[in-house]
Design a protein around this ligand. Structure first.
Ligand SMILES: [Zn+2]
Length: 136
């Protein structure tokens, strides 16, 4: 029988501060303490200067749709109930691009550069997933 449960993010040393921030509904991004580069996705070493030092900053939670796809066929059985849904890359106000979902709107109305804001989906007591909706 197919697994009907959607996957849950797995925490590790690189992404734990991000997911802990999400639990508090704060969108956190690692910033290199040496050169200031915003490392996204989170990584142990800065891809620009190779420093291992970083601090976590709070992103403001807004951005713009960079690109997107509307899914009409579920890649896994657990996603069938969500069809159609939108997978998108959103350029955060701070610069990094985050893979996410666009929610709370008709997929036909989505366009590149559309202003969006974060919306929290509390899927468990430990995990809240940042999705984005049209900016109100
Ligand atoms: Zn750096």
């Amino acid at each position: 029988m197919a697994d009907m449960t959607k996957p849950v993010p797995q925490l590790n040393a690189d992404n734990r501060p991000f997911w802990e921030g999400c639990r508090e509904h704060r969108l956190k991004i690692p910033k290199c303490s040496s050169c200031g580069y915003l490392r996204w996705p989170p990584a142990f070493l800065c891809p620009k200067c190779l420093s291992a030092e970083n601090e976590w900053i709070n992103a403001c939670g807004t951005g713009r749709v960079y690109t997107y796809a509307v899914y009409h066929i579920a890649p896994y059985p657990a996603f069938k109930e969500s069809l159609p849904y939108v997978v998108a890359m959103v350029t955060l106000e701070e610069g990094p691009r985050m893979m996410t979902n666009i929610i709370d709107c008709d997929p036909a109305g989505i366009y590149c550069e559309m202003p969006v804001e974060v919306s929290w989906d509390d899927i468990t007591e430990e995990i809240s997933i940042p999705r984005f909706r049209p900016l109100q």
